[in-house]
Design a protein around this ligand. Structure first.
Ligand SMILES: *[C@@H]1O[C@H](CO)[C@@H](O)[C@H](O)[C@H]1NC(C)=O
Ligand SMILES: *[C@@H]1O[C@H](CO)[C@@H](O)[C@H](O)[C@H]1NC(C)=O
Length: 149
């Protein structure tokens, strides 16, 4: 086992080295952090990445199209349904970020149909707790019965 360590450690060093040579990826942050918002909401997309000195310009893509905003934060004051889609950003010293999805919903009704796809966790938790109580109860019942005999 111990003989295996040095080559493995060397491999780790080498891979860490090649990763450091690459530019780190920029990250798109949403503020507020929800990726589902309502029409007319305000959303700020922030690009987190490395900037060269004296160059704070940032490239933004919406649905794969370069948009005109070049500031590190892309501010949407009055969200429209067309603002939905995938956003990516890149700074002078970072690689293109992974896409972040923003969904702008026309009304709360649409938002709720979307969230009803998620399982009702409180109901699942309730069933699990009841199941557990039942199991404990049954166990107690049989052990008491055994003691009485
Ligand atoms: C860069 O930063 C300066 C000073 O904070 C600011 O005036 C300028 O608008 C910024 N430019 C971009 C493209 O963000
Ligand atoms: C971007 O894509 C989303 C989802 O596919 C769409 O709803 C939105 O209208 C598109 N917006 C633009 C400006 O292309």
């Amino acid at each position: 086992m111990w003989q295996l360590l040095p080559p493995a450690a060397l491999l780790l060093l080498v891979s860490a080295d090649t990763r450091a040579a690459d530019l780190s990826k920029a990250v798109v942050l949403l503020d507020p952090q929800w990726n589902q918002v309502l029409k007319n909401d305000r959303v700020t997309l922030k690009c987190q990445g490395d900037y060269p000195v004296e160059d704070n310009s940032t490239k933004w893509w919406h649905n794969g199209t370069l948009i005109s905003s070049q500031t590190s934060s892309y501010f949407i004051a009055d969200a429209k349904v067309e603002d939905s889609g995938e956003y990516k950003c890149q700074t002078g010293l970072s690689a293109l970020s992974d896409p972040v999805k923003l969904e702008v919903h026309a009304s709360l009704g649409n938002l709720q149909t979307v969230s009803s796809f998620y399982p009702p966790w409180h109901q699942i938790t309730f069933c699990l707790v009841m199941g557990l109580l039942f199991a404990v109860d049954t166990g107690l019942y049989f052990s008491v019965q055994r003691h009485l005999r």
